[in-house]
Ligand binder design. Sequence first.
Ligand code: ATP
Length: 369
Amino acid sequence: MADHIILRNVTKVFNSKLGDIVAVDNFNLNVHEGECFSFLGPSGCGKSTTLRMIAGFEDLTEGEIELCGRLVSSSKQKLYVPPEERGLGMVFQAFAVWPHMNVYDNVAFPLKIQKMNKTDIDKKVADALKHTSLTGLEKSFPGDLSGGQQQRIALARAIVTNPKVMLLDEPLSNLDPKLRESMRFEIKQLQKEFNFTIIFVTHDQSEAMAISDRMMVCDMGKIMQIDTPENLYNKPVNRFVHNFLGESTFINVVIKNGKVYPKNDMSQAINISIPSDAASEMVVATRPNEIELVKSDATGFKTHIEKRTFLTDRIEYLVSVGEQLVKIQTPHRIRFDRDEECCIKLVSPMWYPVDDEKEQAERARRQVI
Ligand code: ATP
């Protein structure tokens, strides 16, 4: 499969009064033809800057970008192909539809810019409207339509030029949850019909998981991990990715004489095997639904229920492990009362180094700038 989007050593530095910010730090990325690829990460991690560099709205401090086999940005060669010549479809949150134009004119706009003749424009607009279920609304103005229909106008305008690559930046964020779900499905359907490659930027990890073939998780301008949604969830490379995707339970532990203890409490060991490269202090990570909660077990960690919360589809318990409270989620059939004694077992925990204070400080700085 060909690579439709290639980023080689792409870096973007912004200079501001409060200091330089490396918004994108040496990104290397290959997105395959026909793939739906998401950029995911907290605010300020560099998602939008990367997308803007691909679109051609932002130059590169270092590196180069190739789209469908053509070099479109290169810092070394001082090459910069303007956005309108990159052959991209775009639906950006800020790129709302034009309220003073009717649906037909909104969708026809990119073709008029290309100076296409009226007969061809009519044909292509009719096709784009058909695929976005807007046929019959040609003369309506966006203000008279629902949020979902307005977003479909933006999609129709993006597909009308038949682009090979579609950039979607938080395209569903203004819609209510039910509509978001159906629009997600419609985007995938359009992708199948028109066979374009998608880059999807979102804050919403469950949305990214549902729509993506692969995802890139970034933090503070750095790529943390690129993989399928399943692998990112099941094999996160670090604590940040673990915490970012799905719910996490972390326990700070110390290792002494080959045994694992909750930090600040050596009265009872946790029965788990220790990786060979473990330091004396570590973080043990798991998911709240991957901790076994039983009445008693010789190999389990003995504790009691501190809190019980009914969450319609499951029950959430908090139990103490040393000085820490650990979150567990179980199906309804596993029933414990508050203060009841119990045992917990960590099924397949992952191990991470303890938090780096410098990293925390940099994360806070980036959110202030
Ligand atoms: P969000 O989800 O909030 O949009 P993001 O992950 O898309 O965040 P970017 O918008 O790419 O993040 O920003 C990355 C970093 O670059 C941030 O620290 C941001 O403050 C900084 N930044 C972005 N644009 C500029 C600019 N024009 N001038 C100075 N700094 C900028």
